[in-house]
Design a protein around this ligand. Structure first.
Ligand SMILES: *[C@@H]1O[C@H](CO)[C@@H](O)[C@H](O)[C@H]1NC(C)=O
Ligand SMILES: *[C@@H]1O[C@H](CO)[C@@H](O)[C@H](O)[C@H]1NC(C)=O
Ligand SMILES: *[C@@H]1O[C@H](CO)[C@@H](O)[C@H](O)[C@H]1NC(C)=O
Ligand SMILES: *[C@@H]1O[C@H](CO)[C@@H](O)[C@H](O)[C@H]1NC(C)=O
Ligand SMILES: *[C@@H]1O[C@H](CO)[C@@H](O)[C@H](O)[C@H]1NC(C)=O
Ligand SMILES: *[C@@H]1O[C@H](CO)[C@@H](O)[C@H](O)[C@H]1NC(C)=O
Ligand SMILES: *[C@@H]1O[C@H](CO)[C@@H](O)[C@H](O)[C@H]1NC(C)=O
Length: 526
């Protein structure tokens, strides 16, 4: 009855991995699974496999036996039912450049059912119990990517062997069958051997593959942009980690035009204390900036109506205090911490030398002291200021800090009443520094921005003689704080999703800013 002992039962999940294609660009996003993460995958995988293997439908089997004094009898085993399929010892290992190897040892299955023997018109029946030990399974799984950049998994090869079977047949005349237990066990062994690999293959196609297919390839962000999470290469395996390289690129809804820059190389740190590490390149953020800039979402127009709240803020009781404290608009000349809308509105009132109760208008006649020429040249017209970045602002990642230094063009116009005609007045160049904070909220990357400095203005061109740059600075800073930053933050708060398969919950622990990328360190939740 003894079978060759199968000491190590191996389930090989062998990812066939290839290098990045020649000339392939750098990924915008890398998902790194560590050995700790693999341990989580092992528990998850074993649970799935156990469930699948317990549902194996074992077919009836029959045969005939020759008992000299009865001649030939036919037997049948039917209603075979698996009671327990135990996957006892399992281990999942990374094999550099090859893939992942999972070992399962000392597996056990118990089966029960009915038997029947027949000879002419006579038949006897009974029940049986079977215990199978030391089941060996070895399966090879190919991990790769398909043409659309989707992660794929398929079983490339599977074999198994069965160690020890013991069958316990009971009922009248069961002793006859017991004489032939070895032949019956062999028959059963063949059936089981055939079924196990079939089930492993089925679990791959019915469970693993659909699960991987839930990884998003294209995620729509809004009516302007989508993000492309297709794989740019097959997963890479080292002895410590499995890295999956995603494109991680924003593109506009109208056409697939690409940002005119490439993703920089990413150097992930060597420490692997957590299950997963996500490296999000500055490329992801910069392609987003590029797409929104192209779509005109960074163009702002300041009109008279936007000034309404300025006086409201300035007429608060604190205005008087600000007036004393920031006489000469010190809030605009000192550090960014003092950049507040009430400080700025007080400054504006001081500049214009009007009382907090007088409304401020973006109007040619509103600045008689500061820009006397304006009212003469363009009497009784509203003013409009158009702001547009010279180019898509790029985020700069330096260890610990994310900053932007946009350069913005401002064009001022006088609006002719009841006409779309506008008179260009002057052009300014605005520079500033913006500091960005990036955070993770459930499975999305979200952000917020705060001023790193006030807006600094420089006159580029003017059609009127005298421009009070200081006054413009106050107006634009007010508008930036009051309208641009809140609207940017509302957008950034929505964020964008991480490429995760369904039902994956991150327990993120840390977000670090590295040179040219952001590192999200997380564990997976059970
Ligand atoms: C599967 O086949 C390979 C070689 O073909 C052999 O080395 C391995 O031991 C087999 N595994 C099992 C579980 O039979
Ligand atoms: C944004 O404004 C600039 C300057 O006025 C203009 O050249 C550009 O076409 C605008 N972008 C869009 C998409 O409207
Ligand atoms: C003025 O402020 C109110 C409340 O803060 C806001 O709802 C409104 O949109 C603002 N108006 C303008 C023109 O910014
Ligand atoms: C981040 O930037 C600020 C301002 O530029 C600087 O003071 C600070 O040292 C920087 N932090 C790090 C960690 O580099
Ligand atoms: C502009 O149109 C409004 C009505 O739409 C009219 O009352 C006003 O007189 C017009 N102004 C000029 C300058 O034509
Ligand atoms: C990031 O988000 C978490 C909750 O999602 C919050 O507790 C934390 O304060 C945020 N960090 C920053 C820097 O905003
Ligand atoms: C998330 O991780 C922290 C420690 O890193 C742990 O205390 C907490 O229980 C985890 N949360 C969940 C839901 O697993």
């Amino acid at each position: 009855m003894a079978r060759p002992h199968c000491a190590v039962v191996v389930l090989l999940l062998l990812a066939v991995v290839s290098g990045l294609e020649e000339g392939a660009s750098n990924p915008g996003f890398v998902a790194r699974i560590t050995r700790k993460g693999l341990e989580y995958a092992r528990q998850y995988g074993v649970a799935i496999l156990k469930k699948e293997l317990s549902t194996i439908e074992l077919p009836d089997f029959s045969g005939s036996i020759k008992v000299s004094w009865i001649k030939i009898m036919s037997y049948e085993f039917y209603r075979l039912k698996i009671h327990d399929f135990e996957l006892r010892n399992s281990d999942l290992r990374l094999c550099p450049r090859q893939g992942v190897r999972a070992s399962l040892s000392n597996n056990y299955v118990s089966v029960s059912g009915n038997w029947k023997i027949k000879k002419a018109f006579i038949s006897f029946d009974g029940t049986f119990d079977m215990k199978v030990d030391d089941i060996c399974i070895s399966a090879f799984l190919n991990l790769g990517k398909d043409q659309s950049g989707r992660l794929t998994a398929s079983m490339a090869h599977c074999n198994n062997s069965i160690g020890h079977i013991s069958i316990d047949i009971s009922g009248k005349l069961s002793w006859i069958l017991n004489l032939f237990h070895e032949r019956i066990e062999n028959k059963f062994k063949n059936i089981l051997e055939q079924k196990i690999c079939e089930m492993v293959g089925k679990a791959t196609t019915s469970r693993l593959e659909p699960y991987l297919q839930t990884l998003p390839v294209i995620s729509m962000i809004d009516q302007v942009a989508s993000i492309d999470y297709s794989l740019i290469g097959a997963p890479q395996v080292t002895s410590q980690v499995l890295d999956t390289p995603f494109k991680g690129e924003f593109f506009g809804q109208n056409g697939h035009s690409r940002a005119p820059f490439d993703a920089p190389p990413i150097r992930l740190p060597e420490k692997h204390d957590y299950m997963v590490y996500f490296a999000i390149s500055e490329y992801v953020f910069n392609t987003a900036s590029w797409v929104y800039h192209q779509a005109g979402y960074m163009n702002f127009t300041i009109q008279n109506q936007h000034m309404q709240n300025l006086t409201r803020l300035a007429s608060k009781p604190s205005a008087e205090k600000w007036r004393e404290r920031y006489l000469g608009s010190t809030c605009l000349t000192s550090n960014s911490a003092l950049l507040t809308t009430s400080c700025i509105s007080s400054s504006l009132l001081l500049l214009l030398q009007i009382s907090p109760d007088s409304p401020i208008h973006l109007h040619t006649s509103s600045f008689p002291v500061l820009v006397p020429q304006l009212a003469r040249m363009y009497p009784n017209m509203e003013l409009e200021l158009e702001m547009s970045p010279e180019s898509a602002p790029l985020l700069m990642f330096t260890p610990g800090n994310v900053t932007l230094m946009p350069v913005i063009d401002v064009q001022a116009f006088a609006l002719k009443p009841n006409s779309s005609d506008r008179k260009p007045l002057f052009q300014l160049r605005v520079t500033t520094s913006i500091s960005a904070t990036i955070n993770v909220s459930s499975d999305r990357i979200v952000g917020s921005v705060t001023p790193g400095s006030k807006l600094k203005l420089e006159l580029k061109h003017s059609n009127i003689n005298f421009i009070d740059v200081e006054l413009m600075e106050v107006i634009l800073n007010y508008y930036a704080l009051h309208t641009i930053y809140p609207s940017l933050n509302a957008k950034l708060e929505e964020g964008f999703p991480l490429p995760l398969p369904v039902d994956t919950y991150l327990n993120s622990s840390e977000l670090q800013v590295h040179e040219n990328f952001l590192l999200l360190v997380a564990n997976l939740d059970y």
